[in-house]
Design a protein around this ligand. Sequence first.
Ligand SMILES: Nc1ncnc2c1ncn2[C@@H]1O[C@H](COP(=O)(O)OP(=O)(O)OP(=O)(O)O)[C@@H](O)[C@H]1O
Length: 482
Amino acid sequence: MSTTLPVVLIVDDEIRSLETLRRTLEEAFEVFTAASTDEALAILQNEFIHVVISDQRMPDMTGVAFLKLVRERWPEVARIILSGYADNADIIAAINEAGIYQYLLKPWRPDALLLTVQGAARLATLQRENELLNVELKAGEPWMRSRVAAKRQQASDAFAMHSIVRAANSPLNRICALLTKVAVHDIAVLIEGESGVGKELLARALHYASHRAQRPFVGENCAALPEQLLESVLFGHKRGAFTGAYQDHVGLFQQADGGTIFLDEIGETSPAFQAKLLRVLQEGEIRPVGSSRSLRVDVRVVSATNRTLADLVQQGRFREDLYYRLSPFAVLTPPLRERPEDIPLIALDLLERMRDSFGLPDALFSPATLVCLQNYRWPGNVRQLKNEIQRMLALADAPVLGPELLSPQVLHAGDESQQQELAFLGSVRGDLKERLDQLESQIIRETLTRHRWNKTRAASELGLSRVGLRNKLVRYGLEPKA
Ligand SMILES: Nc1ncnc2c1ncn2[C@@H]1O[C@H](COP(=O)(O)OP(=O)(O)OP(=O)(O)O)[C@@H](O)[C@H]1O
């Protein structure tokens, strides 16, 4: 599951009610609103929605009829009905026909609504993961077990350390190697790095490299929820623990039992929450809100932050004792601008994944576009790169994605790079032979990086034999470090 916010679509013909719902949910979710079912269907068609909340009484169709349609087309989307009337027939129809997650009565309470939508989003995420695993309900049957095992293997391959795209000489190699080593030991891991650098990707890869791979990986963005809700989401609650707690709720720590829990944006948590988390980690037990019983859980904690946690400790904003609990092993993921050799490879990988859905199965980058992509500084890291490629695909009319499709700041980075190239040429010292050697070494390094250090392809592009290329690598000391 991604710890980017879950996406919720609200459908209601009353604009004021739509806006109130949006305001209540938009802190914790990415929210779309639709004032008609047609508008809602168009959004479902184009967006990746986790939860649909529909009003029951709408002019064009009832909420139940609409959610039935949603269930037929997008069964993985969790469905919630909001109604002003406790009509038994409607409730039974909603449950039977539209398979809804919850029937909420108006006036709803913000905390109850948030909890319900959080639970529904979690369900939708699990359903998506199940879909990935293609686990069918008959998993208990012996013939299914081997299939489930095979599908789990596929999932672990998809999230394996080796599937994290990076160049042969990328600094990520060292990080992946360290995480693979640490994975087999059951210690907590802290992953630091700017937003969008791939911290969650690394956390998942760590999980799948560990002996916990057959158990769940669950994640939560700790910055997305108010303190009390976060506590309830992570540790669970008993029915009646607070207003709006209509039923028992199993927390994520319990859901992750035997597996890994990923606590994203841990640096944003309140002192009170930090104290509770520390107790859970010290005791290996959780106590659901409103419960008098503690439950033992066996969970490996991987946390992430885009701050420097040690600095927050220094500033008195993060508990030192919790910091040491969370970080017996810590890695700093470098931003994309510090590993430009990864950019073309990640860009090509993202393009391959996305081009079909934009109806451009043969799309490829022009060489000038690749140069611009590699020269830009990507403050939003891989997530921003992904958005940029989506934007290009959305604007493109032909398979070759030229630089004219780039957003201005990325395009402009190309200009800067030309200036840099001129500056580089000006900075090269020595006689003509020495300067040409330096240029040759740069060109070979760039070509190899683009070909993921596949020497046959690089040699072919450069018009060299493999032996010829190898000799030059030795001469210029260019062999990548393992
Ligand atoms: N090396 C990579 N190869 C392919 N895709 C990547 C790579 N690194 C990151 N991504 C993709 O970039 C996006 C952002 O990555 P991820 O969510 O892991 O970042 P993050 O550091 O956890 O971000 P945040 O701090 O905002 O939670 C995801 O879609 C992820 O799949």
